[in-house]
Write a protein that binds this ligand. Structure first.
Ligand code: FES
Length: 647
């Protein structure tokens, strides 16, 4: 005998056999309800609310009495108020009559999560590793089924999992002890539905993973809950390989000149990743063993250097990497200290130096789903640029150097507390205002002096503001004729601008912007501008419809400053968006979603790489782009700002 069961808000309905519980009914009707314990009545996550009354629209009378009586487990898991308000655990409540069930937001499975990133990105959580809780019948003299088959049978019976073929060796070694000491109640972590990579005692509700953007200068790591999609902790550090070279080419050269260079650099970055894992897990109250999946992205040189693959062929024509496809390696083979049986996934590489970091930006920004012509600029030590839309995408990379990430700048630093992140300069008095990471507002005399240096977003701001205030000329030279104590000559005869005086800093000395800093930024911004210019021309366009500015900055860079200094071509400022670390966001998406990993494989082959630095007219174009904002190109969108620059 069957009864009508209706689930809201999905509206799914059907006839369900009497005696089935609401979790089974939901599965039959295609309604996804959170059930980390798989219906074993121990997680308390499958809460539903029973609607009572006669529902004319559906033609049913729904009553609490249409379900089996409340069980002891429900009294433990549900609040008193919830029990009074007709809440039940779906796996405990058996259908005995017609019923209308409301599934509250927090109980809906495969949740759509909004990632907390530069822009709202909604995805369905569908990770490579999932946890399954099972309770097994203990082995007896009459049932001597082996432990592995017993686990497989329980997984098939409870979750319908039929494709488990492998169990990792270290898991087997500990299996008999683990399941017996857990009284045959365990959580099984399964990779891609086919391999058991961990068996833990009891119920482990939350599976955790870490996504890491391995930049040449900055390494950013994000802890993610593989069930809910939340990302509660992030940490970053300078890439420890920087000791061996500021940019990828000098690091490749180091491996060629030193016999143990490759090994040293691989060990340095793996050591850095392990310290990020340690710091993140400590902050979250976890252990590195709790991390059961990891995604890494980085440019092609970072990929080879981390994996200890000789990068010399990446650094010379025809620039062929060892492998381009997305790939999984065991964490233990790489020396990465997470659950040792887990895999570490590298997203696919595009071409040349354009690696998985750019693919990661693409799956975050999805220009391949747009009709409008989108220019995506990922600012890093190696700048990566993509232009196009769903019909065709071109990409290129350019050597920007680490200036825009705060390295090779007199007072540059990474985006950390104490870094100046925003700057304004009064065009009349040339007096600056600055905002430091760790302080809520712009610095005022009398505030605690926290400033230690300038991070990437601060460098872009201060150079643009110096230009707007007439402190630097179109050529980039600091104007010596200005009568201001802020503009002075150093002992070596070079000019500098004083951004903060010693008493306003925590380092006890003036923080300045030197003529050398301005030059380093000019080289970087000219490289980005030229790269974008070639791609736009190649696509037969004059300008982009929209621009996305990404980069591992502490805060979002000021898009007006980026355009004023000529880092990006002209575009309506309303259509320019600074999105923060899109490569990190893409890595998180790939950690949480197998669909995104598949998209990464497709887009890595769809985008066409263009080598722009070898174009015959590159040098003259580059020279023109060195000027602020450009020697000959016009910027109608910001002309009103350029018109106000003191002559
Ligand atoms: Fe875990 Fe119901 S599914 S308590």
């Amino acid at each position: 005998m069957g009864h009508t069961v209706i689930f809201q808000p999905s509206g799914r309905r059907g006839i369900v056999e009497a005696g089935k519980n609401l979790l089974e009914a939901a599965r039959e009707l295609g309604v996804d309800i959170e059930s980390p314990c798989g219906g074993s009545k121990v997680c308390g996550k499958c809460k539903v609310k029973i609607e009572e009354g006669f529902f004319e629209k559906f033609g049913i009378e729904s009553r609490m009495s249409s379900l089996s009586p409340t069980m002891e487990e429900e009294k433990d898991e549900l609040e008193k108020q919830e029990l009074e308000n007709n809440y039940r655990l779906a796996c405990c409540a058996e259908v005995q009559g017609n019923i209308l069930v409301f599934v509250p937001e927090e109980s809906r499975g495969a949740q759509q999560v909004i990632l907390e990133t530069g822009r709202e990105r909604e995805i369905s959580v569908d990770p490579a590793v999932r946890n399954f809780y099972i309770e097994m019948v203990p082995a007896t003299l009459h049932d001597q089924t082996d432990d592995f088959v017993r686990i497989k049978n329980a997984l098939e019976e409870k979750y319908g999992l039929k494709d488990i073929e492998y169990i990792d060796y270290p898991v087997v070694v500990n299996l008999p002890e683990t399941i017996r000491s857990a009284n045959w109640k365990v959580t099984v972590s399964i990779w891609k539905g086919c391999e058991i990579i961990k068996v833990s005692s009891g119920l482990v509700e939350n599976p955790w993973g870490i996504a890491i953007d391995v930049g040449s200068t900055t390494v950013a790591a994000y802890l993610c809950n593989l069930r809910t999609g939340e990302s509660p902790v992030k940490k970053s550090m300078m890439n420890p390989q920087i000791t061996y070279g500021e940019d990828v080419l000098s690091r490749i050269t180091y491996t060629m000149m030193n016999e143990d260079g490759l090994e040293k650099m691989s060990r340095a970055i793996i050591g850095g990743i392990n310290s990020l894992v340690k710091g993140i897990t400590e902050e979250a109250g976890l252990t590195p063993e709790d991390i059961i999946d990891m995604v890494l992205v980085g440019n092609t040189a970072m990929h080879h250097l981390l994996l200890a693959i000789d990068p010399k062929y990446v650094g010379r024509a025809p620039f062929a990497p060892a492998l381009k496809c997305g790939i999984d390696f065991k964490a233990r083979d790489l020396g990465i200290n997470i659950n040792k049986n887990s895999y570490v996934h590298w997203l696919p590489i595009e071409a040349g130096f354009v690696g998985a970091d750019n693919v990661s930006v693409l799956i975050a920004e999805e220009p391949y789903n747009q009709d409008k012509m989108m220019l995506v600029i990922d600012i890093g030590t190696n700048g990566e640029i993509v232009f196009g839309n769903r019909e065709k995408l071109f990409s290129t990379s350019c050597a920007t150097g680490p200036a825009l990430e705060g390295a090779q700048i007199a007072f540059g630093m990474r985006a950390a507390p104490g870094a100046i992140e925003w700057v304004k300069i009064d065009p009349e008095t040339k007096e600056p205002q600055f905002k430091v990471i760790g302080q809520n507002d712009w610095y005022k005399e009398g505030d605690e002096p926290l400033a230690k240096g300038i991070c990437g977003s601060g460098i872009i701001d201060v150079i643009a503001e110096m230009f707007k205030a007439g402190v630097i000329e179109k050529s980039g030279r600091i104007n010596q004729k200005i009568d201001s104590p802020r503009i002075r000559k150093k002992a070596d005869g070079k000019m500098e601008y004083v951004l903060c005086y010693a008493h306003q800093t925590s380092i006890g000395k003036d923080i300045t912007v030197t003529q050398g800093d301005v030059r380093a930024v000019q080289l970087a911004k000219a490289a980005l501008y030229c790269g974008a210019e070639y791609l736009i021309e190649k696509r037969g366009m004059e300008k982009p419809d929209q621009i996305v500015l990404a980069g591992a900055f502490g805060s979002y860079i000021n898009k007006e400053s980026a355009m004023v200094m000529g880092m990006i071509p002209d575009c309506d400022l309303d259509n320019v968006q600074a999105v923060g670390n899109a490569a990190g966001d893409g890595a998180k998406l790939a950690l949480l979603s197998m669909q995104k990993r598949r998209e990464a494989e497709t887009v890595a082959r769809f985008v066409e790489f263009i080598e722009t630095a070898t174009e015959p007219d590159f040098q003259p174009r580059f020279a023109e782009a060195m000027a602020f904002p450009h020697r000959s190109h016009l910027f109608p969108s910001i002309q009103h700002i350029l018109d106000k620059i003191p002559k």
